[in-house]
Ligand binder design. Structure first.
Ligand code: ADP
Length: 257
């Protein structure tokens, strides 16, 4: 959305409209595998954003002519529910949803070992149930959890977070009001293990020093969210007793005396 500078204060005495300080993230909750029928799924609450992601595949591609001989065909669909915004959104796919579907696919694809599954398809479905700014970052973050839950081999989780400028201050993780009324928004996605950046966008105007500060802060935010992603997966897959030895024993790895 185009930035509109207004006289309304977004930061008063160092505190933002929702009570955060400039470098603070909103509250994030990640639930792994809420959907029974999907191969993998995740639900994320990121501030007031509520987003559900389902992953299907690797499986046969439809239509078949889209299948690739050397790797899996990877598709993403980002959709905002008509009730997900204050003003009712048109149900038909908007230009924004088509663009965000592509942006999210491009951010996730470098992490996926698509060459392991030639001639198959991997589909990511993203449903934004409630939105409050930053849905592309929350969607990327949840989608990589859903891909991991589906057992799709990944080089790393992809994690995304934005930083931006409001009232002349560089802040982390803009909400909808800050996004609309602030001066700039810089969403970033990274693969923390090797530090690769798979998404870098900018809406608004920043000078060179501000851009560097916003990028560094967004990457710092990504690292915090990465910890939450790993905690969510650990909680879902690793019991306190430790899974591996237990599984080997119960599958009869060693014959009983
Ligand atoms: P992001 O959600 O990744 O920040 P945008 O900057 O395009 O993407 O959108 C910012 C916010 O604007 C969204 O999170 C949502 O709250 C709101 N928004 C987007 N599209 C609409 C729409 N059609 N009607 C009302 N609000 C919208």
């Amino acid at each position: 959305m185009t930035k509109k500078a207004t006289s309304e204060k977004l930061i008063r005495k160092g505190i933002r409209t929702d009570g955060r300080k400039p470098p603070d993230l909103r509250k994030i909750k990640i639930d792994v595998g809420p959907l029974e029928k999907a191969d993998g799924s995740a639900y994320i609450e990121w501030g007031k954003n509520k987003i559900l992601v389902a992953v299907y595949g690797p499986r046969e591609v439809h239509p078949r002519h889209l299948a690739l001989p050397d790797r899996a065909f990877f598709r993403c669909r980002y959709h905002m529910a008509p009730f997900s915004t204050d003003e009712r959104k048109r149900p038909a796919p908007s230009r924004r949803e088509i663009e965000l579907s592509k942006v999210i696919r491009v951010a996730l694809e470098p992490a996926i070992l698509t060459e392991f599954y030639p001639k198959t398809g991997i589909d990511v479905h993203i449903e934004v149930l409630e939105s409050d700014g930053g849905t592309r970052c929350a969607s990327i973050t949840a989608a990589s959890i859903a891909l991991a839950d589906a057992g799709v081999p990944l080089k790393d989780l992809v994690v995304a977070c934005a930083a931006g400028k409001i009232d002349g201050t560089i802040v982390l993780d803009l909400d909808d009001v800050e996004d609309q009324k602030g001066e700039a928004d810089v969403p970033v996605a990274i693969m923390p293990r090797n530090g690769a950046i798979s998404l870098l966008q900018m809406d608004g105007i920043l000078n060179h020093a501000e851009f560097k500060e916003a990028l560094d802060l967004a990457i710092e935010g990504c690292k915090q969210v990465y910890t939450l992603q790993k905690e969510a997966l650990t909680k879902a897959y690793i019991s306190e007793e430790g899974p591996i030895e237990e599984d080997i024993e119960s599958s009869g790895g060693e014959p009983n005396e």
